[in-house]
Structures are given as C-alpha cells and as structure tokens.
Design a protein around this ligand. Structure first.
Ligand SMILES: Nc1ncnc2c1ncn2[C@@H]1O[C@H](COP(=O)(O)OP(=O)(O)OP(=O)(O)O)[C@@H](O)[C@H]1O
Length: 319
C-alpha cells in the first residue's frame, strides 16, 4: 500500500511540502483538502511521478518507488480537464491506456466495454468524445482510468468543472467503482463537502503540512486547531476552540440582538450579539416557528450559551 515518508519539496524559497508522512490502508480513499496553493497538487504529482521530491521517500507495497518513472508505477490519474482525445471515439479513448500497456486489441476492447458499462455508458462506444456532455466525458475518463486496473487512483479536482447535481452523482459513482474494485485513492480537492462525502479520511493541508488527518465526522467534531476549524467552515470559532450549535440553546432569559439573518432552504441562520460576542445560530424551520415573532435585524431572541458544550482544540496539531 502507498506510504509517504517525510516527503518535502520546495520551489525556490517556498516550501510546498514540509515533511509529509501518510500511509493509506488497503482500499482506502484519502482526500487532500486545503486552500489554493497549500501544496495538494504537488503532493499528488510527487506520488504520480510527475514531480521529484527533494527529500523523503515513497513506498508502494514496501517497494521504494520515488525513482520509478510515472508509467512504471501502475497508478491511474484523473484530472479536472478530462485529458481525453477529442479525435478518438469513446471506446478508443478507454482502450488507449491498455494499448500503451500492450494489452491485445481484442482483450482491450472487452475490458473497455465492461468498464463503460460499469460507469453507465453502454451504447456510447462509437460516439466522438467531442460531442459528449461534461459529465459523460468524466465518466469516460473514469472508465479509462479503471480499465488499466491501477493499484492506486490519483484524482486531482476531477469534478470541479461540473454542476452541483452532476458532481454529486459522479462523486458517488466514482466512490462506488473504486470500492467495488478495491482500489485505494488519493483525492485532491478544495471542496470540503466533496472531501467529506467521498473520503474515508481527510487530510487537511496547511502550507505544505498535514495539519490534521481524520475521518470526516471526527474532523468536524474535533478540529485540531483554529485554522483547520475555519477552513472547514465551522462557525463560532475562537482561538481556543469552537461553540458547536448544540452549545447555543434557544429559550431562557438572555435576549440576544439579531444583527444579521439569512434564510436557508431548511431553516434560518441568525447572527446574534451576546455579552460573550457574536454568534451564528442555525435554526431549523421548526425552531424558527417557535419564536414569538419572526426575527428581523434589531429584534431580540432568547439564546443561551451552554459553556459545558464548548469544544476545546487539541493542545497541539495532530500530524
Ligand atoms: N513548477 C513550479 N514551479 C514553481 N512554483 C510552483 C510550481 N508548481 C507549483 N508551484 C507553487 O507551489 C505552491 C503549491 O502549488 P500546488 O499546485 O501544489 O497547490 P494546490 O494546493 O494544489 O493549489 P490549487 O488548489 O490552487 O491547485 C503554489 O504556490 C504554486 O504556485
């Protein structure tokens, strides 16, 4: 299985990967999540063999591979821009990687057809890829990557050009195909929801370092530090910890002034001023309906803090 040991990379003065260590479990999908420029793609490209690390080692099944050329690693890559051949039809695009690996033409076609069926593209074999929708192209790219039977799948923002609905359906399809085939994967994304939806574990990258790596639920419940919590989009974050929604209770004697409000499809988000500071309160439709009057900016709503529900950050980063 893939193991990165103290991998470092710098461009000039800039440290893009800072002693990154990571070990994948069999069949595991780990997301590399972080803001633009934090070094996600560089890390993926080092694993792929497209960028040489300055220091550290990469192992796969205990074999050191960081000096192996990309095509000898047995990994498949999938990018945002599909990288399909527009002049070839769907079947030939999927066969391409197999031809490169010297799989006989007939067998290659059989495997390609099976992969196209698995991603829901039976009947598309003779279509030109130039005439496909974005979602169909991405399915072809997935079929092409999986047809080579890779021992690791590397995904770099593969869904970010698709609209929300298509993105979700392809995330699910990709996750399912990888799980069925038992292929481990690294997924680069800056989209928190994508990482949470697809990954077994999420590694939050911050300036070339893994600030925290944990399963999604653990990450959201116990972010390691303020920067991770803010990047995950948690509200009511302080330097020491954060106030989860269950720490803010509707009702009681304390009245908080509404300073901003935003309707959501499933409720109402309020920003309120309490003596302790400003807090974001997310109300369900039912909770909003229990208020004496529909809240407006300047109105006062009963909100109480439960200090015992405050979640402290771990004392130091978990790497
Ligand atoms: N070949 C290169 N030469 C010099 N600097 C580079 C090179 N490749 C990447 N960088 C720099 O290294 C930093 C990390 O880049 P990288 O693409 O790994 O980030 P990222 O987290 O994937 O960002 P994004 O989400 O924007 O793609 C950036 O500041 C980038 O400009």
């Amino acid at each position: 299985m893939l193991e990165l040991v103290e991998l470092s990379k710098r461009y000039g003065e800039r440290v893009v990967a800072d002693s990154v260590s990571l070990k994948l479990a069999p069949g595991e999908l780990v997301a590399l999540l972080g803001p633009s420029g934090c070094g996600k793609s560089t890390l993926l490209n080092m694993v792929a063999g497209l960028v040489a690390p300055d220091e550290g080692a990469i192992y796969f099944d205990d074999e050191r591979i960081d000096a192996l050329p990309a095509e000898k690693r047995g990994f498949a890559l999938m990018f945002q821009d599909f990288a399909l051949f527009p002049h070839l039809n769907v079947l030939d695009n999927v066969c391409f990687g197999l031809a490169e690996r010297r799989v006989a033409k007939r067998e290659a076609r059989e495997r390609a057809r099976a992969e196209l069926e698995a991603v829901g593209l039976s009947g598309f074999e003779a279509r030109r890829v130039g005439a496909l929708s974005g979602g169909e192209k991405q399915r072809v790219a997935l079929a092409r990557a999986l047809a080579t039977d890779p021992r690791l799948m590397l995904l770099d923002e593969p869904f970010s050009s698709l609209d929300a609905h298509l993105r979700e359906s392809l995330q699910a399809a990709t996750r399912q195909r990888l799980a069925e085939a038992g292929i481990p994967a690294l997924l680069v994304t800056h989209d928190r929801d994508e990482a949470l939806a697809m990954a077994d574990r999420v590694a939050v990258l911050d300036a070339g370092r893994i600030a925290q790596i944990a399963p999604a639920s653990e990450l959201m419940a116990a972010p390691a530090n303020e920067r991770v919590a803010r990047f995950l989009g948690l509200s009511n974050v302080t330097g020491q910890g954060f106030w989860p929604q269950q720490a803010l209770q509707l009702g009681g004697q304390t009245l908080a002034e509404v300073v901003a409000l935003m309707p959501r499809a499933d409720g109402l988000t309020l920003e309120v001023a309490l003596p302790e500071g400003r807090f974001i309160v997310e109300l369900s439709l039912r909770e909003a309906a229990t208020l004496a009057e529909p809240p407006v900016v300047g109105a006062r709503v009963p909100v109480a803090l439960r200090p015992e529900a405050f979640r402290r950050f771990a004392a130091k980063d978990i790497a």
